[in-house]
Design a protein around this ligand. Structure first.
Ligand code: SAM
Length: 281
């Protein structure tokens, strides 16, 4: 997998060279290139932002700087005569609706011009990034991340690249506002890359995890030695050596913890995925 990250603080991503991510890069499992957005500016101040149209506090990231940067990473050149109107694209016919040669040409041209590539901009007012998204994105060949700053970026950037047929996504990492997209991108990169085959020494460690699999539950609690610590004992059953009982104990814990902490996840479970004992809980 190839990852490009664009930010006005590219040095922020030095941490991605540490630990398992660093090793994965050394072993050629993935490459991460960071870029300074200011490299695509042309003025003496290297400005990437301007005042918001319509008024209001703060500054907004300019579309021209981002488009020069993204075009160069995608290896494309902007041709004004070729640009599709975003409003047209919204009404682009689906393959099922094709009635004329023009429809067919238009629908075909809407097909992703960079298959295997996804552009991702973190945004607090976007859908929440989940483990399922991480799983899906770990199958991609290339990810391009753009970090917002200030009041965010011009809304025409995602609209334009989506209309050009690119897989352009915006994600929030939680219901709070950060100063910039760098922390959000670091979190997403880590969540995605640890799912790459060969990333984890023990592949089983990513199978039984919170939010993972068909039945996305919170994980059961974990313990290690010593069995007694400061007056607190590890539950006897975990030391019994009876694997069936240990599995049942952990499953019960996962269900009860999920019901208490994330009832929304319990509501998504399908009754047919629950066994008899689950249903009694
Ligand atoms: N004015 C924006 C709003 O109220 O939604 C907040 C902009 S924030 C200060 C600047 C940048 O930080 C955003 O463009 C985004 O890239 C990033 N960011 C902040 N909070 C985030 C979150 N919860 N999830 C993802 N990205 C976030």
């Amino acid at each position: 997998m190839k990852i490009d990250i664009v930010s006005v603080f590219p040095e922020y991503f030095d941490v991605l060279n540490l630990s398992l991510l660093g090793k994965a890069q050394e072993h050629g499992l993935l490459s991460i290139d960071t870029h300074d957005l200011r490299d695509w500016t042309h003025d003496v101040h290297h400005s990437v932002d301007d005042t918001p149209i319509g008024g209001g506090a703060g500054m907004v990231m300019k579309p021209e700087v981002w488009s020069e940067c993204l075009d160069s990473l995608l290896g494309v050149t902007y041709d004004a005569s070729d640009a599709r109107d975003v409003n047209d694209a919204k009404h682009a016919p689906s393959l099922a609706d094709i009635e004329s040669a023009d429809d067919a040409e238009y629908a075909l041209s809407a097909i992703d011009p960079a298959p295997g590539t996804t552009i991702i901009f973190p945004n607090p007012s976007a859908p929440l990034f989940t483990q399922d998204d991480a799983q899906e994105l770990s199958q991609q060949k290339r990810l391009i991340f753009g970090c917002g700053r200030y009041e965010g970026y011009d809304a025409r950037i995602p609209a334009y690249y989506s209309a050009q047929g690119y897989d352009f996504r915006e994600y929030s990492i939680g219901d709070y506002v950060l100063n910039g997209g760098e922390v959000a991108v670091s979190a997403m990169v880590e969540a995605i890359t640890r799912l790459l085959p060969g990333f984890m020494g023990n592949p089983d460690s990513i199978v039984e995890e919170s939010y993972t699999g068909k039945q996305a539950l919170l994980e059961y609690r974990q313990y290690t030695r010593p069995a007694q610590w400061r007056g607190r004992d590890v539950p006897d059953i975990l030391r019994s050596g009876d694997h069936a009982k240990v599995d049942r104990f952990r499953r019960d814990e996962a269900l009860v913890r999920t019901a208490n902490i994330r009832p929304d996840l319990i509501e998504q479970l399908r009754v047919e995925d629950l066994d008899k004992v689950d249903r009694k809980l």
